[in-house]
Design a protein around this ligand. Structure first.
Ligand code: F7E
Length: 335
């Protein structure tokens, strides 16, 4: 690399759903990316393996794990910004293996904060989640809404958020927290509700089996969430550092209405068999989420560019491609 080449940016969780889209967007914006990929016994680099060669020519894959401070230190050394997305994200699995959520989401975030602090990296984007708010007490939900963690997953993410805030206050670590509401699109885990519905229809099912149809969510297309990451990662420090920003559309839809909409887009009449207790304990389910993203819009000019229908059409096309469906059937990406 010539001496004048700009420093790379680091991404944790680069092989995952949002992370792999972020890597593509960072390369398209002219960055070299150092992508941390977790070793797994499938010997897979996850979705990074599916990106075109011209993208991967600008990506340095680094094997590591956010739970391991040494590997995080190596990843972050010499970078100009760090996007920290690595996390355990499945809410149902957090009831079964809560320690693993604390290790990855809390201790992992602490390791990233420590590395950024000691190496003097100029920008860290930390990833939070709308789940930290719990069921909406007021709508739309601004960043001033109370935090109410209703699952071990949400508690572990809120723990990471609190550490990020404390590292800004205590050590002036230049961290900005992005709190995306639900994100969907190509490469999302089959476990999440939109791929679950599309996958069942694509497999020829006309009766869809789901959990609770009543909860509402605010769904952003993945490219809009990625644009929010870039917005907070590149905005002037005075506008964003030390702050938390929601990203979401402000549009609310119930799971039941979402299923009807997907049926319409896939040109199918769908019957739904709903079992409210199948997925999560009732008191743990977050019943209502709708985003107020006006702080992000005011600070960076970010706004979503895709409607739910446009995003769903892209997502349906992705899951209808047998090559993509086959990747899920291999079982490698369903985390
Ligand atoms: C922002 C947030 O986004 C995600 O969390 P999530 O909201 O739980 O996402 P989901 O797609 O699993 O569920 C959406 C809603 O749909 C309901 N639902 C009904 N029936 C099924 C069903 O059969 N499967 C699933 N998965 N959900 C179902 C389910 O109970 C929930 O009310 C995480 O990636 C998380 O990491 C995160 O941070």
């Amino acid at each position: 690399m010539p001496a004048s080449a700009p420093a790379p940016v680091a991404v944790t969780g680069a092989e995952g759903f949002i992370g792999s889209h972020l890597v593509e967007a960072l390369v398209a914006a002219g960055h070299r990316v150092r992508a941390m990929v977790q070793y797994n016994s499938f010997s897979s680099y996850g979705w990074l393996e599916t990106l075109p060669g011209e993208v991967m020519d600008n990506v340095e894959v680094v094997l590591g794990d956010v739970r391991d401070p040494g590997s995080v230190h190596g990843l972050v050394t010499g970078t100009e910004a760090v996007y920290h997305l690595a996390a355990l994200i499945a809410i149902p699995y957090s009831y079964r293996a809560p320690h693993s959520y604390v290790e990855t989401n809390v201790t992992g975030t602490l390791n990233v904060l420590e590395a950024v602090r000691h190496l003097g990296i100029p920008r860290l984007v930390h990833t939070s989640t709308s789940e930290t708010y719990g069921t909406a007490q007021t709508v739309p939900i601004s960043e001033d809404h109370p935090i109410n963690t209703q699952s071990p997953y949400a508690a572990s993410k809120a723990g990471g958020d609190r550490l990020a805030d404390s590292y800004h206050a205590s050590f002036e670590v230049p961290v900005v927290t992005l709190r995306p509401f639900n994100t969907f699109g190509p490469r999302q885990s089959m476990r999440a509700v939109i791929p679950t519905v599309i996958g069942q229809v694509a497999a020829g099912e006309r009766t869809i089996t789901l959990g609770d149809l009543r909860p509402t969510r605010d769904f952003s297309y993945v490219k809009d969430t990625v644009a929010a990451f870039l917005a907070v990662g590149t905005a002037p420090a005075a506008d964003v550092v030390g702050r938390t920003f929601n990203s979401g559309t402000g549009e609310e839809i119930s799971v039941g209405d979402l299923v009807s909409l997907i049926g319409k887009i896939m040109d199918t009449e769908l019957e739904v068999r709903a079992d409210q207790e199948r997925i999560r304990p009732a008191a743990s389910e977050v019943m209502r989420l709708v985003c107020d993203a006006s702080r992000l819009r005011a600070a960076t000019g970010w706004a979503p560019a895709h409607t739910l229908e446009q995003g769903l059409a892209q997502t349906v096309a992705f899951f209808r491609d047998p090559l993509n469906l086959g990747r899920y059937k291999a079982g490698i990406y369903n985390v």
